[in-house]
Design a protein around this ligand. Structure first.
Ligand code: SF4
Length: 149
């Protein structure tokens, strides 16, 4: 089962979208300098049951345009199910992963995908030297330029 440590509405993570975001616990990548190492323990956080999730989607109906998962690809089947529920409500979907790629089945449920682990010397999406990429999967285009100020 997926567990989340943070649930919040965010504006900056996916350009042009108002996203309901869940930080999923249990990341195993162990990036040096990770800003959320307290979320590595998969036993921490609140269970994201279908019931609770659908209730939240109903509450936010009309207020959000996108559903964002920060991690969770390590439970791909479960994540796919949640993404399907969000898409059924007409939401766009995004995953932030530290991996360089994910399995096609999971990708098929996403509108946007951010890839690449955290490398402090390269920086995040707002850095011109970053190894990370945020792609609009509908067009295959990188949205990184939207983060550079
Ligand atoms: S992928 Fe993200 S959450 Fe996971 S260790 Fe790296 S920076 Fe931390």
């Amino acid at each position: 089962m997926l567990r989340f440590s943070i649930e919040q509405v965010v504006w900056q993570e996916v350009p042009g979208e108002v996203s309901l975001a869940y930080t999923i616990t249990g990341c195993t990548l162990g990036c040096k300098g990770c800003h959320s190492s307290e979320t590595w323990d998969a036993n921490r956080g609140t269970l994201l049951t279908d019931e609770y999730f659908e209730q939240r989607l109903n509450q936010y109906r009309g207020l959000i345009s996108c559903l964002l998962f920060l991690g969770g690809e390590w439970q791909s089947t479960e994540l796919q199910r949640k993404l399907k529920l969000a898409r059924r409500q007409g939401l766009r979907t995004c995953l932030y992963t530290g991996l360089d790629d994910i399995e096609p089945k999971l990708k098929a449920e996403l509108t946007y995908l951010k890839t690449g682990r955290w490398l402090p010397e390269r920086g995040g999406l707002d850095s011109p030297t970053t190894n990370q990429r945020l792609v609009d999967l509908r067009t295959g285009q990188s949205l990184n330029h939207r983060f550079i100020r």
